[in-house]
Ligand binder design. Structure first.
Ligand SMILES: [Zn+2]
Length: 92
């Protein structure tokens, strides 16, 4: 669904966050990977804009960036088991 161009781009960011989330709701991407995932010709800047738009709509946590999408706690409350390290968010 993250790659389905029938959905608005901000929602595709949301689907990417869900689809790639670890058990703590973090979805880490290598540089350029999120843009490539969302569309062949999407620039990194467009990907960052899409992340900002998804954030405005509360589809992802404000802690998100193109390198790691974080699901908001009201959408993702599992967070069970041992902490999974995140190279971006080191506070867990
Ligand atoms: Zn993270």
């Amino acid at each position: 669904m993250a790659q389905d161009h029938g959905h608005p781009l901000a929602y595709r960011v949301h689907f990417a966050a869900i689809g790639w989330a670890d058990r703590h709701g973090h979805a880490a991407f290598e540089p350029g990977r999120l843009a490539a995932l969302l569309g062949k010709r999407l620039s990194d800047q467009s990907a960052r804009n899409a992340v900002a738009r998804a954030n405005d709509l509360h589809l992802i946590s404000p802690r998100s960036g193109a390198a790691c999408l974080v699901l908001p706690p009201h959408l993702f409350q599992k967070a069970k088991g041992a902490p999974v390290p995140c190279r971006l968010h080191q506070d867990r």
